[in-house]
Design a protein around this ligand. Structure first.
Ligand code: PGA
Length: 249
């Protein structure tokens, strides 16, 4: 049984002071529960602050929004998976649409970043999703499958079954235009099928999250869609009240 995953992608919001205040306010109101996983993805500079402010509360975890492909060296401005782990992170977002479309991250880089995460004992959440033009051209499944297969390339079935996937249609991210639960479910079925090809029966253990303009009003319906195992939330995770509402759903 996959337990639901609620992931807060803070993007470039909440520096150390704001992150500490948010995490403390959340922790004060959050009743620890073991039927779901809640993951915070603060900016890298705020990871340690969130780790300390949340303390050791069951079901809460921290991740980083990005890593570089190498473990250390002359890569000015980058952070590595071992550093993220040392700071207290357990998860890594790989291939988020802003990394792909704002920073030009390639499928080949997502594969290396998944590998680097796994090498350090971190769980990658590989993000995939189509542009509006690709959806309108009927290419959604092809785009998503290409990103998925490329990102998972060279990982063993065993490793793939320990990862997570997030389907985030680019046209739904930060736009207020959410995919319908039916839209999300249709793509999640395609992703699950491709995961079975790679990981066999253990593909059933892989959580597939939906992301894109999720908020307190639409979260429950999206989470109830067949095959949707969790939510990756940007804007609505920046408000303590709305994030608590979504995580309690
Ligand atoms: P959004 O962002 O919820 O603000 O659309 C989601 C994401 O980019 O992960």
């Amino acid at each position: 049984m996959r337990r639901p995953v609620f992931a807060a992608n803070w993007k470039m919001n909440n520096g150390p002071s704001a992150a500490r205040a948010f995490a403390a306010a959340f922790a004060a109101r959050w009743t620890p529960r073991d039927d779901r996983t809640v993951i915070f993805f603060p900016p890298a500079l705020s990871v340690s602050d969130v780790v300390h402010a949340l303390g050791n509360r069951g079901g809460l975890a921290i991740g980083v929004q990005n890593i570089w492909t190498e473990d250390k060296g002359a890569f000015t401005g980058e952070n590595s998976a071992p550093m993220a782990k040392d700071a207290g992170a357990r998860y890594v977002l790989v291939g988020h649409s802003e990394r792909r479309h704002v920073f030009g991250e390639t499928d080949a880089e997502t594969a290396l970043k998944c590998a680097a995460s796994v090498r350090s004992g971190l769980t990658p959440i590989l993000c995939v999703g189509e542009l509006l033009s690709q959806r309108e051209a009927g290419e959604t499944n092809n785009v998503v499958l290409k990103q998925l297969r490329a990102g998972l390339a060279s990982q063993s079935a065993n490793i793939v079954s320990s990862m997570a996937i997030a389907y985030e249609p680019v046209w739904a991210i930060g736009t207020g235009k959410t995919a319908t639960p039916q839209d999300a479910a249709a793509v999640h079925v395609v992703i699950r099928g491709a995961l079975r090809e790679v990981a066999g029966a253990s593909a059933e253990e892989i959580p597939i999250l939906y992301g894109g303009s999720v908020n307190g009003a639409n979260a429950s319906a999206l989470l109830a869609a067949p095959g949707v195992d969790g939510l990756l939330v940007g804007g609505a995770s920046l408000d303590v009240e709305s994030w608590l509402t979504i995580c309690a759903g």
